[in-house]
Design a protein around this ligand. Sequence first.
Ligand code: PGA
Length: 239
Amino acid sequence: MEIRVYRNEKEIGEAAGKIICSLVNEKPDCVLGFATGASPVPVYEYLTEQYNEGKVSFKDITTFNLDEYCELPKNHKNSYYTFMQENLFGKIDVNPEKINFLDGNADEATESKRYARAIEESGGIDIQILGIGRNGHIAFNEPGAEFTDEAWKVTLTQSTIDANSKYFDDIPMPRHAMTMGIGSIMKSKKIILIATGNAKAEAVKNMINGPVTPLCPASILQQHKDVIIMLDEAAANLL
Ligand code: PGA
């Protein structure tokens, strides 16, 4: 694990964004794994800026997102599909046919196989962006008895519901989501995990210095050979 500490979110966005842009310029048809939530937003701002300045084109990339809520139509304002449209995909020249999302309303087993096959057929994810939950989750793989493998339907924990329900102002937050499994995430060739703010400090400490255990799903990243952890000072506070 390579740990890097930055002064603020903007610097993290720029650092992660530069790694992505140089890959896209070198390998225009690369495969990028994207995450939702607040942590990666500065990265998406940097990518949009670089695109607007004509420094990069995303027209040949393939994308896979980590997760999607169940019990929500794809185009609902709180879906992760909509989040990605608003924060990145709608602002750059990505080919809509090459955007891949889990369908939170599909049959779990069929959808899991479909997503695993699609990732494999794309050649595999070159760079996967990750956030981390306050409880150490990555994507929506909540702490549990074992590390998961391919995509599956998760029952969200109270910690995740508390963290995300602020985004749901008119309907209750869904209690389930489809998420890429830990095994699929670990197959990514390179992983960049972003964590900012005090609320993440404990999870960051457990991920980096704790034992590898499904009770802190992010701790599995200790076993990946190419992971960069990008933190601000608050998130790195307990290291
Ligand atoms: P956040 O979510 O970036 O909105 O803090 C991260 C996560 O829960 O994985």
